[in-house]
Design a protein around this ligand. Structure first.
Ligand code: HEC
Length: 125
């Protein structure tokens, strides 16, 4: 009888652990999905097309010979201010009026939500 009681406690604990782990797993899966979508947008010729100018050395799926812009690397470390990075992608001409980088937000090449997804991806590089 005592063994049965202990077994019940064990399974109850497992059930509680399972219930607690589920939302964390879900959150991780959702943020991975955002990164994957951001990567697609960044690589897509008809969307970000970032690889036309930038390499992304830490992304093995980023196949490009581009070297006319700085490599997209260590973005989270170099741009910890997400808002500043968003402003840069929205309109790079604010920082450099002569840049060849397209103003993704101002010219509606990407929506605000799409820019946000691209930033989620950039923060993994
Ligand atoms: C037509 C070329 C071109 C395209 C396409 C382009 N960029 Fe750029 N990007 C540049 C250049 C050139 C710079 C260098 C800074 C400048 O010109 O002001 C730059 C700078 C940057 C920087 C700052 C890099 C650093 O090392 O500080 C980031 C971040 C960036 N681009 C992100 C992107 C993203 C994300 C995309 C796609 C959504 C993209 N760029 C598409 C040309 C481009």
């Amino acid at each position: 009888m005592r063994a049965l009681g202990r077994a019940c406690q064990f399974f109850a604990a497992l059930a509680v652990a399972g219930a607690c782990a589920a939302p964390a797993d879900r959150a991780a899966a959702e943020s991975q999905a955002r990164v994957d979508r951001g990567r697609e947008l960044a690589h897509d010729f008809n969307k970000g097309n970032c690889l036309a100018c930038h390499s992304a050395p830490r992304d093995s799926s980023a196949v490009t010979l581009a070297n006319i812009a700085p490599p997209l690397i260590m973005i989270r470390e170099r741009y910890p201010d997400r808002e500043a990075l968003r402003r840069h992608i929205w309109d790079p001409m604010q920082r450099n009026p002569n840049t060849i980088m397209p103003p993704y937000g101002k010219h509606r090449i990407l929506t605000d939500e799409e820019i946000d997804l691209v930033i989620d991806y950039l923060y993994t590089l």
